[in-house]
Structures are given as structure tokens and as C-alpha cells.
Design a protein around this ligand. Structure first.
Ligand SMILES: [Zn+2]
Length: 458
């Protein structure tokens, strides 16, 4: 296949991009000389649907698989003795391109650190049973909550593999029910989500109507040889959706239309994204990640590497989100718009994003979030910023801090959409965050820990 130069990767406006991203964007210069890339392939991983990150890492993964043992012979396998396997090798970009894996140019010799992980390897430490146990331990220590499997009545569930969990508080008793519809099934929507069957509310007789929700995932079924094993991404999704479920379970609002996740969109993802921070903390993961056959715990270095790998191209993703959110605001701003939506797209992209607009395209017409969210696309970043602040201020020091857990329940989860989000955030952080605080919460999450990256490359 002819090596192709793809002009959309031409870098621009790089000054606003943090160093960790610039490192990888150096790849995108169009001269295309014969350089060697040093690729460090570490194990264990996560796939992210990042705009340009995925192009990079997926194609390199494919390239690695194909080239291993051929052009990449100069590579050396490394092993850290704790089950970690990886490979460090150099190969020319042309070589990658000639296999059709890589279609962009490179201008200087630049090391790119590429953590490509084998999700299947790490999944052996994340059996579904272990992950559920992990959630149970976390919720118990943080909130005094336990999850109990309960036998559904005949005809109660829509598929026999749906599990029913009773959510029980140590002193308050039953808080609600979660139906876990976790497994792949024909005709089931391929999507991970949480939805409410019955919202909590205060009844006329003073009793509380208990919430009932569904957690839907698309996990593989167990096989004869192994239980259901979750990749790190699936494990993180499980924690994420459980964050939504806890929002519903712990909501104690008067009305059901404002309970749990029925809150302003820019607050709705806070509890779920916060759970992702727990899912990526070694102290938490270490409580439950055990090899399903040997019972061995997951080595700390691997968890660190896994966490750092998520930051590869995270800055590019962040910039893309900022660009989408800005575009959404402009489209929903003052009307009539002063130009066509495509012209506005071009202008906004040039101003806010590192990659240029591709002429004669109009992807905004197919980007349904711009319609569906109705000027609320910014919510994703907003929720992430709040979750990041809550994590750092309240849980980073001790992810099992019961006092912080109780405050989280009281100040944030209990109110659903019944209280102004900023008041909830203020109650939790015990100060009112400024716009700068939101920004630095997002930016600080991008900082790479290069020590981790280089751990096995010596
Ligand atoms: Zn969510």
C-alpha cells in the first residue's frame, strides 16, 4: 500500500497543548523522512475512543502484532518478573506505512511512548465476581452499604440472567433494588447504561418509596473454562454505572421526578465519573483484583501503568471536548446565526482545536449530540471537573474515608435534582470553587507520571 500523507493531521496552534500531547503530535508533521520510532509496548490496557489517540494506538497495536518477528526483530521482549510482558522495539515509520497501518508523516526522530496494553491479560484479575466484591467493599467502607443477591420472584425479570441486588444500609436497612442486566444477549442494545424503573419519593403516609433501577452492561458470559472476565475498560464502566445507581439508591427527595440521576445534566455524571477515580486507584483495586485461577493480586506497577496509559492523548481528547462544547454553545446562542453552521464549525475549530477543519465536510449534521444535548454538551467536562475536585479534596488521601463518604451522601447524592448543583458542590468541597478551580481540576488530570512510563524501559 502506498504511504499516504494525511493533511488533517497537520499540527497547528500547538502552544495551547500540554507537553504530553505535543510529544505525540510531533508525529503528525508531513515531511515523512525515514525515522525510527522507538515504541515501548507495555502490557495491559484500555482502549479509548480518542479522536487521534485511537488512530495512533490501535494502528500501532495492529502493526505490532503483524510485525513482531519480522521487521521488528530488533525488539527485545521485557518482563518485569511479575507477569508483566512487553516489548521494546524500533522500526521505521515507512515500514509501518507499507503495511497500511500508518498513514501520517513524521519529521524528526522523536520517541513516542506508546503504552499498548493487552486487556485480555489484565482481565484475568478482574472476574465479575471479584469486581462486584470490590464494589461491595468500597461501598461498605465508604457508606456503610452492602449489596445482597436476592432471588427474583417468578416473572419478575425479563431475562433469566438478570440478577437482583438488594442495597442494604447497616443501620437504615433496605435502600432500594438494582437489577443487574450484565450479559450480552441477542437483540439487547449494545450500550452500558443505568435507568430508573421507579424513582424514590416521600409518600403521603410518610413512608419512603424505595428506588428500583437497572444497570445494563454488555459483558461476555462465563465459559466452562473461566468466569466472566472484565477488561479494565469494562471494570471502569461497571464502577461508572454503579455510581449512577448509588445516586438513585441514596437519593431521598420528596418528589420522584427530581430523584437520583434526574438532576441537571451538568451534575448527572459527577457520581459516576467519581467512581472511575476509585476504579483507578491502586488502594481500591488492590482490595479485589485477584487472578481468577491463582488468586494472585494485581501488581502495583501494573495498576500504575494502566492508569498512566489512560493519559495518552488525553489532552487531545480534552481539547476536542472543549471544541465540541464551544461549538454547541455557539449553535445554540444568538439566532439567526451570522453564518452557515459549516462556516461556524470551521472558524470554531480553527480557534479551539489543534487539528484543522477538513474542507467540504459538514460532520456537525451527523453529530447528534449537538441536537440531543441542546446546548448542554459542556456537561461532560463540567461533571469531570467536579468529580476531579471531589476526588482530590475528599478521597485522594484516603479512598475509604467514611466521614468523606457520609458527607458525599448528605451533600451530593441525597438531593438528586432537588438542590442547585453549585450548592451541592460547595457543601461537599466546603468552599465555592471558582472557574479557575474547574479548569485546573481538568488540567491537573492530564499530567503524566513519566516515572511510571519509563519503569520498564530501562
Ligand atoms: Zn454515565
Amino acid at each position: 500500500m502506498e504511504p499516504m500523507r494525511n493533511s488533517i493531521f497537520k499540527p497547528r496552534a500547538l502552544s495551547c497543548i500540554p507537553d504530553c500531547l505535543r510529544l505525540s503530535l510531533n508525529l503528525f508533521e508531513p515531511e515523512f523522512p525515514q525515522v525510527k520510532l522507538t515504541i515501548i509496548l507495555a502490557c495491559v490496557g484500555v482502549t479509548r475512543t480518542f479522536h487521534c489517540g485511537i488512530i495512533l494506538t490501535d494502528k500501532l497495536t495492529a502493526a505490532y502484532c503483524q510485525l513482531k518477528g519480522t521487521e521488528a526483530d530488533q525488539g527485545r521482549e521485557v518482563s518485569s518478573g511479575c507477569g508483566f510482558m512487553g516489548c521494546i522495539f524500533s522500526l521505521s515509520l515507512e515500514c509501518l506505512a507499507s503495511h497500511g497501518h500508518f498513514t501520517v508523516g513524521v519529521s524528526k526522530t522523536e520517541s513516542i511512548l506508546c503504552i499498548i496494553l493487552s486487556p485480555a491479560y489484565i482481565a484475568q484479575f478482574f472476574s465479575l465476581g471479584a469486581c462486584m466484591e470490590g464494589l461491595n467493599i468500597l461501598l461498605n467502607r465508604l457508606l456503610g452499604i452492602s449489596l445482597y443477591a436476592e432471588q427474583p420472584a417468578k416473572g419478575e425479570v425479563w431475562s433469566e440472567d438478570v440478577r437482583k441486588l438488594a442495597v442494604v444500609h447497616e443501620s437504615e436497612g433496605l435502600l432500594g433494588y438494582i437489577y443487574c442486566d450484565f450479559f450480552q444477549r441477542a437483540d439487547k442494545p449494545h450500550q452500558d447504561c443505568h435507568f430508573t424503573i421507579r424513582g424514590g419519593r416521600l409518600k403521603e403516609d410518610g413512608d419512603y418509596q424505595l428506588p428500583v433501577v437497572v444497570l445494563m452492561l454488555n459483558l461476555p458470559r462465563s465459559s466452562r473454562s473461566s468466569p466472566t472476565l472484565l477488561t479494565p475498560g469494562m471494570m471502569e464502566n461497571l464502577f461508572h454505572e454503579m455510581g449512577h445507581a448509588m445516586h438513585s439508591m441514596l437519593g431521598r427527595t420528596r418528589y420522584q421526578h427530581v430523584t437520583g440521576t434526574r438532576c441537571p445534566t451538568d451534575f448527572a455524571e459527577v457520581p459516576s465519573i467519581l467512581m472511575e477515580y476509585f476504579a483507578n486507584d491502586y488502594r481500591v483495586v488492590n482490595q479485589f483484583a485477584r487472578h481468577y485461577q491463582t488468586g494472585q493480586p494485581l501488581p502495583k506497577t501494573m495498576v500504575s501503568r494502566l492508569c498512566e496509559s489512560k493519559k495518552v492523548c488525553a489532552a487531545a481528547d480534552m481539547q476536542l471536548q472543549v471544541f465540541y462544547a464551544t461549538l454547541d454553545q455557539i449553535y445554540h446562542g444568538k439566532h439567526p446565526l451570522r453564518n452557515s453552521t459549516t462556516d461556524i464549525l470551521k472558524e470554531t475549530q480553527e480557534k479551539f482545536y489543534g487539528l484543522p477543519y477538513v474542507p467540504n465536510t459538514a460532520w456537525q449534521l451527523r453529530f447528534s449530540h449537538l441536537v440531543g444535548y441542546g446546548a448542554k454538551y459542556y456537561s461532560y467536562l463540567m461533571s469531570r471537573a467536579v468529580a476531579s475536585m471531589v476526588w482530590k479534596e475528599c478521597f485522594l488521601q484516603d479512598p475509604f474515608n467514611r466521614a468523606a463518604g457520609e458527607r458525599y451522601r448528605r451533600e451530593m447524592l441525597a438531593h438528586g435534582g432537588g438542590r442547585e448543583p453549585m450548592l451541592m458542590v460547595e457543601g461537599m468541597l466546603q468552599k465555592r470553587p471558582s472557574v479557575d478551580d474547574f479548569v485546573s481540576a481538568l488540567v491537573s488530570d492530564l499530567d503524566l507520571d513519566f516515572e511510571t512510563f519509563l519503569m520498564d524501559s530501562e
